[in-house]
Design a protein around this ligand. Structure first.
Ligand code: SF4
Length: 407
């Protein structure tokens, strides 16, 4: 359905709205205050089959309707919220966390009939896999995906796997590891081929697990998390090769594949790729004595230039437990950093990138979508359900349970 209040494609108004999201000098962080959905600048490209009545709801009315629906649904509903969600969404979460912690919460649900996942699509898929088949998992906005996950097309990964096996000719065992940020079909492929899922909280443990079972790792889709994890384990950079999925045989020779300990998929996170060594140097010049902590989805160079790196959970713990008066430059998503700054008024906490944008796909979750989905449940309709088919679910569950079991 096309929403009539939005400018038509090709008109000046359409181009103006679009430019807000293509102009590198413009960042939608300046519109992070709660507004009705129709005023969200990027709504032009989001899921638009939401009934029109939700477009114009004021933040107060949306909040009241969500609260009423939650009260009605009670313990039948659990809302999970990823740390990168904006404040006006995360406030509804029963549990917050990074993808690992939320996977644990999803697996622990025994009472709930419904799980609303305020995050992105691959997280809702994982929640569906980890919960009982009777639990209905929903995503507020089906357009909330992950650009990194989209960089690993399943057919490309299967072709890569076959090419590697052919190059090795039966010499050596490759263990696939997929980052949580991937489609369920890739988790299933990983489970079927003796591999494991990882998150940034446990990537090191899953690497260790894999090397106990094989000689090489195929890691996808995030090259940076793979490279940073391998390097921390003492694997030289020249033994971690990059599989360029645009090129035949990944652009690698048979010798390069034979020699590699880790084969990294050429994928990245567009949010974390923005952080640079220059930003770290500038922050150090301007704030003598500051500490820099970054997410391992940042490049190897950035991670090496920082004082420490870790998952969002580790970043939160480190900054929260730091001494009063300390100064922190943080290299991760802006919603998390802004919240961390507010929750630690005794410290100076700021984002490493002064014009960093929020994760544009996480930002697609707006309270109006939550109201729509919850009021649907109240009236007996499940909208935006994320359902993984049983064949995919079976092997994905194997790979996810291996991950939850690593210590
Ligand atoms: S922050 Fe990066 S990896 Fe995470 S959901 Fe957004 S695009 Fe994907």
């Amino acid at each position: 359905m096309t929403v009539a209040t939005l400018p038509r494609k090709g008109t000046r108004q359409y181009e103006e709205r679009l430019s807000l999201f293509t102009d590198p000098d413009t960042c939608p962080t300046d519109v992070l205050k709660p507004v009705p959905l129709v005023e969200e600048q990027a709504f032009i490209s989001w899921q638009q089959d939401i009934p029109r009545e939700y477009l114009h709801l004021s933040p107060e009315e949306t909040d009241r309707r969500i609260s009423d629906a939650r009260a009605y649904l009670g313990a039948r509903l659990v809302i999970l919220g990823h740390h990168y969600q904006r404040d006006e969404v995360i406030k509804y979460a029963d549990f917050t966390g990074d993808s690992f912690k939320l996977a644990q919460h999803a697996a622990a649900q025994r009472e709930a009939e419904y799980v609303l996942f305020c995050g992105v699509h691959f997280m809702a898929e994982s929640a569906d896999i980890l919960t009982d088949e009777s639990v209905r998992v929903m995503l507020p906005n089906m357009a909330a995906g992950c650009s990194m996950a989209d960089m690993a097309d399943p057919d490309d990964v299967y072709a890569c796997w076959d090419s590697i096996q052919e190059a090795l000719g039966g010499k050596g065992t490759v263990v696939p590891i997929t980052y949580m940020n991937s489609a369920a079909s890739l988790k299933s492929f990983t489970g079927k081929n003796g591999g494991i899922v990882c998150t940034s909280s446990n990537a090191d443990k899953t690497f260790k697990w894999a090397f106990e079972r094989g000689d090489k790792i195929l890691f996808f889709p995030d090259q940076h998390l793979g490279r940073n994890t391998g390097y921390n384990m003492g694997i030289p950079l020249d033994q971690m090769v990059l599989w360029n999925w645009h090129k035949p045989n990944g652009g690698l020779t048979v010798e390069q594949v034979e020699r590699a300990k880790v084969i990294l998929w050429q994928g990245h996170c567009s949010t974390h790729q923005r952080f640079s060594v220059e930003q770290i140097e500038k922050a150090r010049r301007e704030h003598p004595g500051l500490k820099v902590i970054v997410h391992p989805e940042c490049s190897w160079q950035v991670v090496q230039a920082a004082d420490m790196n870790g998952s969002t959970e580790k970043i939160i713990k480190t900054v929260s437990e730091a001494p009063a008066g300390s100064t922190w430059a943080v290299g991760t998503e802006i919603n998390l950093v802004s919240r961390l700054a507010r929750e630690n008024p005794d410290k100076t906490v700021f984002c490493l990138d002064p014009v960093v944008c929020p994760c544009s796909t996480m930002y697609r979750i707006h309270p109006a979508y939550i109201a729509w989905v919850l009021e649907g449940l109240v009236s007996g309709h499940v909208v935006n359900e994320v359902k993984v088919d049983s064949a995919t679910r079976e092997w994905s569950l194997v790979a996810l349970e291996r991950m939850l079991a690593v210590r």
